[in-house]
Design a protein around this ligand. Structure first.
Ligand code: VG1
Ligand code: CO
Length: 553
């Protein structure tokens, strides 16, 4: 470890911008744009300047920085370090290779009592010079910054006249060590170790290890993204799974040309291993920045909404949750499978808008212990982000404890709680104007839809979801168009806030069949009449010109 002494000398450049930097508001999770856009002169710098001017406590504070290893990661770390020094930050914590998953970043922020963190990732979006880059800002609680912060950053970028940046820095990210840039301390630390320690506090590693060392083959797909180093250390070194358990474990700047989104379309190699053969008992994948998870059993796909319900129902089997749950929360488009479990457990269940930031207040206030989204995100109060590997360990613990297969866990769950048939249909790359016309057109008709026949039933209520935060009372409106049917079925339409090419329309479909009913249908068939009715009502195929969704989950 090399240690240098602080020097007060810091050569700072004051760059003047000819015109104020203009950009759209950061979306669901930070600023996400093409790599090319981020390479435009002053683009990244202007955003970082606005963040450093807006984030409380920069002067003398500690900031965590790292990313998912995509193209642009190292350059961004260099820029942030030089700008943070120019803004009088006290200490910058960076990780070796610049590799830091979103959940590990959330943990480090909390552990180091930092003022926040900057995570360089566009999550599940492809990377590389022709892919996307992103900058996410998390606050002192370790969670995504609230809308009030992103609004303030946006306002700042719009009237920005310049930025400050220190001259040069030869930061060696390849080994742990400490150095200084002017008065700012820079600690390069291993980004994996502390996270794995936290996992050891929550889960019984001996129990999982016994399972993985037996003849119980599992496959984990890191998709050439950030979880590779974490998963290799976790599964193969700490838990003793055979070498080769972790696939695509080397983080690559372009994710090997893939789309690091763990779903049946983009993780199809893993899906066919589990669903098309009997070679593996368990399979899992995480996304670009490691906060999402897909869980597969032998010939069994676990719908993410069901996954949250299963974790909730089995939580007391797990070391870190043995004393029970304070409550749970799900995002609005996530199926109500967890609601049924929460009701039986007699705990609160909250319904929030899409995006992890809304869970933060509930977690900080101690109102919930587990939370999740239909988009392959699950997490708990151990950090303030969703956590892919945590979910995998949770599932492995359940399977080790109950000594049964994933398919058996699902069957037993449905026969006890009933089944929420569920699917999400994504129409990606829709022309923005057309997508907005479709969405706004339906929005205007919502009030006239109650009482109308729909699929095999009738619409009881149609609205645009609004959320009143039970902790701070803030109101968040226009979060998705909901068609609530009389029998509890739901159809929801939303426009994605994370895409960068055209618009993505998401259609969420859900139908509940109580225990005792037909629990063995194919979800697309079970939802067939609703899929057709949604298309007829909103004119999806006609407007988009697409005969089918680009991704079906
Ligand atoms: C998507 C998901 C949402 C998730 C968000 C960020 O947003 O649907 O559930 O919170 O990505 O996840 P949207 O607006 O595209 O539907 V991540 O892994 O990018 O932090
Ligand atoms: Co992600």
């Amino acid at each position: 470890m090399s240690i240098s002494t602080p020097s007060a000398e810091l050569s700072v450049q004051q760059i003047t911008l000819a015109q104020p930097f203009q950009d759209q508001k950061p979306g669901t999770s930070g600023l996400r744009k093409s790599s090319k856009q981020f390479e435009q002169p002053h683009y990244l710098e202007s955003f970082v300047e606005a963040v450093l001017r807006t984030l409380p406590g920069v002067e003398g504070g500690t900031l965590i920085v790292g990313g998912d290893g995509r193209y642009g990661n190292r350059r961004a770390i260099d820029v942030i370090a030089r700008m943070a020094a120019a803004h009088g930050l006290g200490r910058l914590v960076v990780t070796t290779g610049g590799i830091l998953s979103t959940p590990a970043a959330s943990h480090l922020i909390r552990q180091q009592q930092a003022i926040g963190g900057i995570i360089l990732s566009a999550s599940h979006n492809p990377g590389g010079p022709n892919g996307d880059f992103g900058v996410k800002v998390n606050g002192a609680n370790g969670g995504p910054a609230p809308a009030s912060f992103t609004d303030a950053v946006f306002a700042c970028t719009q009237q920005l006249d310049g930025y400050r940046i220190a001259d040069s820095l030869n930061l060696n990210l390849d080994a742990a060590g400490s150095t200084h840039l002017g008065a700012m301390a820079i600690d390069v630390i291993d980004g994996v170790h502390d996270y794995l320690q936290l996992m050891q506090e929550l889960f019984d590693f001996d129990l999982i290890s016994t399972l993985l060392k037996g003849s119980w083959p599992m496959a984990f797909d890191a998709m050439h993204a950030v979880t590779g180093p974490y998963a290799s250390a976790l599964f193969e070194q700490l838990l003793g799974a055979p070498a080769g358990t972790v696939r695509n474990g080397m983080p690559l700047e372009d994710f090997g040309g893939g789309h690091p989104d763990p779903n049946l379309t983009y993780a199809k190699d893993l899906a066919s291993l589990l669903l098309g053969s009997d070679d593996y008992r368990f399979g899992a994948a995480c996304d670009g920045d490691g906060d999402r998870n897909m869980i597969l059993g032998q010939r069994c796909f676990v719908n993410p909404s069901d996954s949250l319900a299963v974790l909730t129902a089995n939580a007391t089997l797990i070391k870190g949750y043995a004393s029970g749950l304070a409550g749970v929360a799900r995002s609005m488009p996530t199926s109500a499978a967890v609601d049924v479990v929460a009701k039986e457990l007699g705990i609160d269940c909250f319904e929030t808008p899409t995006g992890w930031k809304f869970f933060g207040n509930l977690l900080d206030a101690g109102r919930i212990t587990l939370c999740g989204e239909e988009s392959f995100g699950t997490g708990s109060n151990h950090i303030r982000e969703k956590d892919g590997l945590w979910a995998v360990l949770f599932w492995l613990s359940i399977l080790a404890k109950r000594q049964c297969s994933v398919a058996e866990v699902m069957q037993q769950h449905w026969s006890r709680f009933g089944r929420h048939y569920y699917s999400r249909h994504d129409y990606e790359g829709v022309e923005t104007g057309k997508a907005h016309a479709l969405y706004n057109g339906l929005r205007e008709r919502l009030s006239s839809l109650s009482g109308e026949a729909f699929a095999d039933g009738r619409i009881a209520k149609a609205d645009d979801f609004a959320y009143s935060d039970p902790v701070d009372g803030s109101l968040t409106e226009k979060q998705g168009l909901r068609l609530l049917l009389e029998d509890g079925s739901r159809v929801i339409l939303r426009l994605s806030g994370t895409g960068t090419k055209g618009a993505t329309l998401r259609v969420y479909l859900e139908r509940y069949v109580a225990a005792g009913g037909d629990l063995q249908q194919d979800p697309q068939q079970a939802l067939g009449s609703m899929i057709a009715a949604a298309d007829a009502l909103a004119g999806i195929r006609a407007t988009t010109g697409m005969d089918r969704p680009t991704v079906i989950t």
